[in-house]
Ligand binder design. Structure first.
Ligand code: ACO
Length: 376
């Protein structure tokens, strides 16, 4: 029986999940039963990980244990630092550094085969890698993790050496909670494919980072902010955006494979960014209001450019603003996305391992047949 080929697997259901439900027509995102708008601005990231990996929010006692378990595993192997130093000497992109170093993070871990345990170790160590690399690249010494701080506070602390303010920690947690899982996106599918071969969790995470690194997936927020900066003042927005579209460029931070209305994460992140920018410098306040104007112009011009496509703001646009508001350089945006999305990757690996089924679709041969060997 001939089966149809679906480019990009669009519309193909390739997994069942209890982790998140994405309704692209209504613009709704449910995270393990909770509406995104309800849980993302309230939960800590540790609570979200527990929810996704154990199926329910932790009790107070479980949360204390879980926080301690994660905080105790933040140190990375000395060999990982050596590798990061070598990568920094080449001044490579932080996302490339994360992809290279993540594969060494479990070097000193005992192989347990327990995916939750391996997941906790990876999720605890990746922020240490990202922060250490950022500092090495800037010619500074890495800062050791502080187990007394929460996962989010510790990441910001390892970047700057200063304990972050409560609103900064809240902003980062809301961001990570908003991007923690999103159906069968490309990096999550990659993680599932890898774990389905009964490979180890670190391999699944490294593969997922590789998929996230691409500009059509997790690489958009840096360029989204660049566009706002390039526009500079709202009166230029129309002209600059029209010129980009005329050249066939894609506007980063707009359009989505699933959402045909505004990405609900954009609203949650816009609110979080607004709260953060309330106490920001005048320059950052101006940047935030410029971005809101640019968003309106971009959506209007995309509707003219591609009528009927419903190209709306996606998560990356306000990610860029929020992470900028947290003091992160734009080349850290994609690695910081990975630090949140690892929650979904591990959750999906747990689900995939439950089914035990190897993921192995088919391809249809469209090449020639009947060629004969001939010596050169
Ligand atoms: N700017 C300009 N045109 C666009 C944009 C955009 N942002 N998005 C889509 N289009 C155009 C496409 O060129 C295409 O035109 P065509 O039919 O003439 O070829 C049409 O709209 C439909 O787009 P598709 O590529 O079919 O949409 P798809 O669902 O495959 O792509 C994607 C979704 C990759 C996100 C796309 O919208 C895009 O490239 N956006 C910019 C990058 C971006 O913001 N990525 C982050 C996504 S969110 C995330 O991954 C976490």
């Amino acid at each position: 029986m001939s089966q149809s080929f679906v480019a990009g697997l669009e519309g193909v259901v390739a997994a069942e999940t209890r982790l998140s439900r994405v309704d692209g027509q209504k613009g709704e995102l449910i995270i393990a039963g909770y509406a995104l708008e309800e849980i993302a601005p309230r939960a800590t990231f540790e609570q979200l990980l527990y929810l996704l990996w154990f199926g329910a929010l932790p009790t107070a006692e479980e949360l204390t244990d879980w926080q301690a378990t994660m905080a105790a595993q933040r140190a990375i192997p000395p060999a990982t630092y050596t590798l990061l130093e070598a990568i920094a000497q080449q001044n490579q992109d932080p996302m490339l550094a994360l992809r290279m170093a993540a594969g060494t993070a479990d070097l000193l871990d005992e192989t347990s085969g327990d995916l939750r345990q391996e997941g906790a170790s990876m999720a605890a160590k990746l922020p240490t890698i990202v922060a250490a690399y950022a500092r090495l690249q800037a010619g500074q010494s890495p800062i050791a993790p502080n187990p007394a701080l929460s996962h989010a506070a510790n990441f910001l602390y390892m970047l700057t050496g200063d304990e972050p303010r409560a609103e900064q920690v809240r902003g980062l947690q809301t961001y990570w909670n908003s991007v923690v899982d999103h159906g069968l996106n490309a990096s999550t599918f990659t993680a599932r494919v890898i774990i389905a071969t009964r490979s180890d969790l670190a391999s699944a995470v490294v593969g997922a980072i590789g998929a996230l690194k691409g500009p059509l997936h997790g690489g958009a927020p840096g360029p989204a902010l660049d566009m706002v900066r390039e526009i500079g003042t709202l009166s230029r927005a129309d002209e600059v955006i029209r010129a980009k579209l005329a050249k066939g460029e894609r506007l980063m931070g707009f359009g989505h494979r699933v959402y045909k209305v505004r990405d609900p994460r954009a609203a949650v992140l816009a609110e979080a960014a607004e709260a953060l920018f309330a106490t920001a410098s005048e320059a950052d306040k101006a940047l935030y209001s410029l971005a809101k104007g640019v968003e309106d112009t971009a959506v209007r011009l995309l509707a003219e450019h591609k009528p009927g496509r419903n190209l709306q703001t996606n998560v990356e646009f306000y990610t860029a603003l929020l992470l900028h508001g947290l003091g992160l350089e734009s080349d850290l945006f994609s690695p910081t996305f990975a630090l949140g999305r690892i929650g979904g990757w591990v959750g999906h690996c747990l689900e995939q391992a439950e089914t035990g089924r190897l993921i192995r679709p088919k391809s249809r041969y469209v090449g020639v047949v009947g060629r004969r060997w001939g010596d050169i």
